[in-house]
Design a binder for this molecule. Sequence first.
Ligand code: FCB
Length: 497
Amino acid sequence: MNANISRRTLAKLLSASAAAASLPALARSQQRAVDSSTPHNAAPEDFTGSAARTFPQCFVWGSATAAYQVEGAAREDGRGLSIWDTFSHTPGKTFEGATGDVSDDFYHLYPKDIALMQELGLKAFRFSVSWTRIFPTGTGQPNQKGIDFYNRLVDALLAAGIQPFCTLYHWDLPQPLQDRGGWENRDTAKAFADYAGFTAGKLADRVHQFMTVNEMLTYVEQGNLTGKHAPGFHLDPKRLAQLAHYVVLGHGMAVQAIRASTPPGTRVGLADNPIPTCPVIEIPEHIEAARKAMREENARFLTVVEEGRYTDLYLKKLGADAPKFTPEDLEIISSPLDFVGINIYQPTYVRADQNEAGYSIVPMPDSYPHMLSPWLSIGPEALYWGPKLAHDLWNIKDIYITENGTSSSDQIAPDGHIYDVDRVMFLRNYLSQLQRAIADGCPIRGYFLWSLLDNFEWSEGYRGRFGITYVDLKAEKRTPKLSAHFYKHVIAANRVV
Ligand code: FCB
């Protein structure tokens, strides 16, 4: 081990934690008029956070939602059925049989929700388009009423001075496409690209940032291996690997389709959830192990997207179950991106090992702390190592944290407020590590808190509340939680408060 490196690392860590411990009353409200220009136009030095806890001046503070989780209006204006309609209406698949039929009714209430965003001082909002509002059966004739909804939403966001960031696929595959094999069928990749290109083409005069897909790992594995998400399958390794290949291919084809249908200057990326590998101890040997792990553990998704090849170890491990692909596929999959969005919730700890991979994943002890959701282990440094390793490995120039946040039990106090101090604790610690990554030179341009509103949390139904705004689903009443006030002050001061 190199003593100089470790002393330097230690000094950095100490100054970061000292900064984190103090709350200087310097906070000057830096709430500036929303700049609708894209942050990549700014000079590089604008991205460097100062030694204190401030974020770069043009940092994009946002929040995120997804169509099926918030929109409701499941049968309105010609919307077709997706696999999530089928799945949530199948008894036993979601907690208490919850569905997204009504949810937050964002489809009708979005003007109120945009007012909430303004109140928070949000600079950007990440939403997803429901494929079956645009093409009710997945392909064929577009549905003008569906397009109209997203036009209204985008116009209202812009009128409020909020930049729209649009995701084309947040898991709601049209059911008719699933009936023809879903993502196991190569034609689905093509259908996705057609839909993505068409939709982006309609919005790109006002939307400048598009993401193809959200969290490939989750919908491949939860949907097709564990069966916890739609379509609820348990595929064998060979079929799963081929499906994963068509998913990355769909992403790449969509990148090309969006580029072909939008004006120059439109920025295309994705919102993936690479496993954020964190060194179990921050010393060179484990940091190197985490770097190797970041590449190998994400071989099926972000690695092939960035490198245009599957790693040797990935193909070797799969052997006869490896996916079938052509060199042209790999070229499409690795179509150049303008930015990479990374969703990060929990850490994966890694240690150095003498095995072939050069690392091992350290299992979480039973006593490891987590938030309300049992899977949400607490590890703020994931927000440091995830983007940092992605940047180091692939030299990504623009990174956004496209999701981060937590569930909480969110009790309503006698005074009517929701004092979600656990969420505030979570956000404060994660944001401190995000600031540390930026201060270390990692090009992170923005952060999207998941989520603006409590919403339909997939198979967990409405028990996993992730919003910074409490939603009384019966009355469709919104109440900002303590965490919303926290976030508002973070945005106004442009620093962790
Ligand atoms: C992510 C999903 C998002 C939400 C959060 C809690 O995996 O992308 O839709 O469910 O988790």
